[in-house]
Design a protein around this ligand. Structure first.
Ligand SMILES: NC(=O)c1ccc[n+]([C@@H]2O[C@H](COP(=O)([O-])OP(=O)(O)OC[C@H]3O[C@@H](n4cnc5c(N)ncnc54)[C@H](O)[C@@H]3O)[C@@H](O)[C@H]2O)c1
Length: 401
């Protein structure tokens, strides 16, 4: 079989998640890592013949002046996310990727994210229409220079502040007119999504930013026969909520309140420390319990930036519920993990499943990927196991073809 040439374009290409996913990819390709934590490596997905760990070309947009090697070493040395030896053994390949990065757009990202950007990136800014054109130029050049068959664009950039009232645009034509307006209200994540889908790339939004959530973006995906999914990767505390809440529902235990406190100290945490940026994340983390239970217990989600914790997140959840005869009981759990290591394998899985969906000609939203997201587009089902059944069902359908 000839080697497939897949392009992977990260938005936020040198952040914790993208750096760990890139290093993880190289480690898998060079057989320095095993399949643990990769859903796509489960035996039940073997018949899908997912793309293997060869032939990927990685590039992306970034706004900070740094190198991938520097970021990987920082995660190894300051955070102990992975071993420094692993980084050094992939050093040449990490350095070779530098040619594939371009300055991103800062359109409507808010002051906290804008402050992260370096002067060279700030200089390249223009109108939304100019940003849109430049993103497309970068993606075209990437695909041509590397003879890529397909490009999957993955948004792992910092969380943008939510729009107070997202524009009610239903069609691509309406959205395109909005992009051309001098005071275009769309955030960068939506400009990236529109630029990618318009070129026929697949698009994944791993963040709680607006991305491809507007109906007009789905319309664009349909028009260009491409696909998208999001949003907000389900990696830790929320994953546990989607596993545990169905248990309360199925045992008819009444949840009275569910409180979740999250503390961590990486750059994502710093951006989320801005109450405006935090709002998008809290909303995404909070809605699922009520969806699964079918009623609304009192909930509280807090996310606090504690610098000393670096990439290591601790979530403490306190679930107050009523048992038989109305007696109150409590479940508490503590989840501690490296944020980037929890997210990176899922990003690699999403790329592999999306590439397979591209080969199968899937058009529009990829609802079968719901189990990977806190707020899966177009899916009301939040029970993790039901969502996983959707993935299996899709895979079964493809394998049978
Ligand atoms: N477990 C997890 O880590 C997890 C889970 C779910 C969702 N997410 C989301 O994934 C995203 C990335 O997380 P992270 O820990 O890697 O954050 P990070 O802060 O380490 O990385 C974000 C990167 O995006 C860059 N960036 C910001 N705005 C940009 C723009 N407009 N264009 C291009 N680049 C831009 C930043 O410079 C930075 O390098 C966040 O939105 C986070 O909320 C992460």
């Amino acid at each position: 079989m000839t080697q497939r040439r897949l392009g992977v374009w990260f938005i936020g290409a040198k952040g914790g998640v993208a750096t760990t996913a890139t290093l993880g990819y190289l480690a898998l390709k060079n057989q320095l890592a095993g399949p643990t934590a990769l859903v796509s490596q489960l035996p039940e997905f073997a018949p899908l013949e997912l793309i293997d760990w060869n032939g990927w070309v990685i590039g992306g947009h970034e706004i900070r002046e740094t190198t991938l090697l520097q970021e990987a070493l920082r995660l190894a040395e300051d955070n102990r996310t992975f071993a420094k030896e692993l980084v050094l053994s992939c050093q040449e390949e990490l350095e070779a990727l530098e040619a594939n990065y371009r300055w991103g757009t800062l359109h409507n990202v808010g002051p906290t994210i804008t402050q992260l950007a370096c002067p060279a990136c700030r200089q390249e800014q223009g109108t939304a229409a100019e940003a849109f054109a430049r993103i497309q130029e970068d993606l075209r050049e990437f695909a041509q220079a590397n003879s890529l068959e397909h490009v999957v664009v993955v948004n792992v950039a910092s969380t943008e502040p939510p729009l107070q009232s997202p524009p009610a645009v239903q069609t691509w034509e309406e959205l395109r007119r909005l992009i051309d307006q001098p005071a275009c209200p769309l955030p960068a994540s939506t400009l990236y999504a529109a630029a990618a889908l318009d070129l026929g790339c697949s698009y994944i939004n791993f963040t709680p930013s607006l991305g491809s959530s507007l109906p007009a973006l789905d319309h664009l995906a349909q028009l260009r026969s491409t696909r998208h999914m999001g949003y907000d990767g389900k990696t830790g505390e929320t994953l546990l909520k989607s596993v545990l809440a169905p248990m309360f529902a199925k045992r008819n235990l009444r949840v009275m309140s569910w409180v979740g406190h999250n503390i961590f100290g990486n750059m994502d945490g710093r951006v989320l420390d801005d109450p405006v940026n935090k709002q998008a994340k809290v909303t995404s983390k909070d809605r699922l319990v009520r969806h699964i239970l079918g009623y609304a217990p009192q909930t509280l989600v807090s996310i606090e930036y504690i610098e000393s914790m670096g990439d290591w997140k601790t979530a403490w959840d306190h679930v107050h519920f009523q048992g038989f005869l109305g007696v109150p009981m409590v479940l508490q759990f503590i989840w501690q993990g490296s944020d980037s290591l929890l997210a990176a394998p899922l990003v690699l899985d999403l790329i592999r499943f999306t590439e397979r969906a591209h080969r199968a000609g899937h058009v529009g939203r990829m609802e079968f990927l719901a189990s990977f997201f806190k707020s899966p587009l177009g899916v009301e089902e939040h029970d993790f196991f039901e969502q996983f059944r959707m993935l299996r069902q899709w895979a079964g359908g493809l394998a049978a073809c």
